[in-house]
Design a protein around this ligand. Structure first.
Ligand code: PEP
Ligand code: MN
Length: 338
């Protein structure tokens, strides 16, 4: 930690900072320049609150030199993490596509969706049984019955399932139905109790970015899961809220290379919730691949017009198949396997 003192700082103020650091178990390296005095704190600073130093008289700024996250930081773990999901790797050389409807509706819809996801060549299936809806009067999801329908449909095609957990009270149901990947949605990215609970399992977790979360806040949420012992974490960029109304959210493509530098965890992209319109999904998917994403999470419905949730952004089965064909070349140019 570096403590920058105001100009014209007094010796008493510098001593007070030095004593405070001593009290916190840290050493101090004082460098007196012509205009500024800078104090370098020496020792383990992760558990120390910047604010406790910032409040001292004469302190202008306090800058951390180590990252507040540790387990998820590339600084501590150089190699890319590859997550094994029922024998299928996510995060390695192979680019993965997870597709399926926004929500589980009926057994017929899920059976047809699973058939189309498998036919398009995707290795994982998504669908929400518990839906975070803005209005309490909108369809809230089929709940545990939906998990059962999802499992039955996906098992016919050996597709591992990805589904959102919103409430810790349903974690046992997720374990009972052997959910292969637990999705923590945007609205729960900072539901720390939920993060701690999934951190106690070993089930892979897709952690979506909060509506307006910074990369650091997002990585801290991942650290919550990792700190519990579950290191099987996949980050999913799904667009952030901005002033623009022409699309649902703004896909933060820049986040992909930055995350790749900051963390060893796999990074995937959800072009569907970013664009909010099916016609935008191909372009955003291709941009994500080119920026270095490890995979995509795409909404596909057997009959988009009839979808109970997010109908505007769902691809039709043939659109998904066409997109898979178009993406292959880009994935390979990026040195990955499709
Ligand atoms: C979803 O994936 O269905 C979903 C609700 O996404 P998000 O949490 O990104 O809004
Ligand atoms: Mn959706």
């Amino acid at each position: 930690m570096i403590i920058i003192m105001r100009s014209h700082v007094t010796d008493e103020e510098v001593n007070a900072v030095e004593n405070k650091l001593k009290g916190l178990g840290l050493g101090a390296n004082i460098s007196r320049g012509v205009e500024r005095t800078i104090i370098g704190a020496i020792g383990e600073e992760r558990s120390i609150h910047k604010e406790s130093l910032q409040a001292l008289s004469g302190v202008e700024d306090v800058i951390r030199v180590v990252k507040p996250y540790k387990i998820v930081a590339r600084e501590w773990h150089q190699e890319n993490t590859i997550i094994d999901i029922k024998g299928i790797p996510l995060g390695g050389k192979k680019f993965q596509v997870i597709a399926g409807p926004c929500s589980v509706e009926t057994q017929e819809q899920m059976d047809l969706a699973a058939e189309k996801v498998a036919a398009a060549g995707c290795n994982f299936m998504r669908a929400g049984a518990f839906k975070p809806r803005t209005s309490p009067y909108s369809f809230q999801g089929k709940g545990v019955e939906g998990l059962k329908m999802f499992r039955q449909a996906a098992d016919k095609h050996n597709l591992p399932i990805v589904t959102e957990l919103m409430d810790v009270r349903y974690l046992d149901d997720f374990l009972e139905y052997k959910v292969d990947v637990i999705q923590i949605g945007t609205r729960n990215m900072q539901n720390f109790d939920l993060l701690k609970e999934v951190g106690k399992t070993h089930v892979p977790v897709i952690l979506k970015r909060g509506l307006c979360a910074t990369l650091s806040e997002w990585l801290m949420s991942a650290e919550y899961i990792a700190a519990g012992g579950n290191h099987n974490i996949i980050l999913c960029e799904r667009g952030v809220r901005t002033f623009e109304k022409a699309y649902r959210n703004m896909l933060d493509v820049t986040a992909i290379p930055v995350l790749k530098k900051e963390t060893h965890l796999p990074v995937i992209v959800d072009p569907s919730h970013a664009g909010g319109k099916a016609e935008l999904v191909p372009a955003l998917s291709k941009a994500a691949i080119a920026a270095g994403a490890d995979g995509l999470l795409i909404e596909m419905h057997p009959n988009p017009c009839d979808a109970w949730c997010d109908a505007d952004q769902a691809l039709a089965p043939d659109e998904l198949s066409t997109l898979m064909g178009e993406m292959k070349g880009i994935v390979e140019v990026m040195g990955r396997e499709f």
